[in-house]
Design a protein around this ligand. Sequence first.
Ligand code: F6R
Length: 361
Amino acid sequence: DMGGHDTFMHKEISEQPDAVDRVLRGRIDDRFSTVHLGGLNLDPREARTIRRIKILGCGTSYHAGLIGAGLIESMARIPADAEPASEFRYRNPVVDPDTLYIAVSQSGETYDVLAAVQELKRKGARVLGVVNVVGSAIAREADGGVYVHAGPEVCVVSTKCFTNTVTAFALLALHLGRIRDLSVTDGKRIIEGLRKLPAQIQEILETEDEIKKIAAEYAGAQSMMFIGRVRGYPVALEASLKLKEISYIHAEAYPASELKHGPLALIEPALPTVAIVPDDDLLEKNRAALEEIKARSGRILAVAHQEQAKADHTIIVPKNEDELDPILMGIPLQLLAYHTALAMGRDIDKPRNLAKSVTVE
Ligand code: F6R
């Protein structure tokens, strides 16, 4: 049942305020400015001994893991990174007893992720799951974890589950941070930010008409470039994947800082750039990248907290805490991909060549 929407993708994008509310519900502890994660199965003493965190997933879940790694590093100060599960599995990685492994999956059935989890467990590693489907294979194999509570996702491409997975990582990062070095004040600041998310997502959804107009201008593009830095880079990766999957427009994502090391050669009026430009300590750096693009007559769509003079269009999103901004900045770009694909007459809920869950290698 599409509940009055034309596609499941549109329905699922629209459900995000409620979905995020669900992942937060019952988990916030105001007394200690932390969160409780019932199924984590990791006592505080163990949590203090973790030296490293390695996050594994595929596709959109891998991108959510990249943002998750950034959240964990900044809040819990534990070195963390994310890697595609399939790559990890085939490079004979060093499995280290002081590393906590986290498998990320909407379906909980993706073969590459499941196989990585099984290999890790065979080697005695501790593996947690950040999973949407309750009781799925990955959830069962993991030693514990965090359910994402996005609800059923029907559209082949993931939207609400991405947002909820990143929010679940914010909860995990806050939890680990408050066991380690994150102050009460910072814990409170993050909790206030988390509580603002559903209403801020709603605010972004209300700009859909404006995003639709912008999408109409990009619908004919051959190729698009997505750029961001640090927290913004995984947002660019995910927005670029979403656009390719449903519109079949070729898209690339680069860290904005890498432009001058090669991809700037591609910039010309026919190759539009979507830039993630949050109001944080990298604002001036991001603005410099916009100038470089404008100097080559590139068209620019900025997703930002304030109007960007160098951009042809700016989609303004509400500001949250710096750490949580990536959650919000991804949302207008789901709508951009959606309306671009719609204008091109694509089969949005069932893109060619793709399946909802990839249970084979
Ligand atoms: C992207 C998409 C895929 C999945 C990937 C992992 O929109 O749907 O890239 O994210 O196949 O699937 P899960 O999360 O079920 O492991």
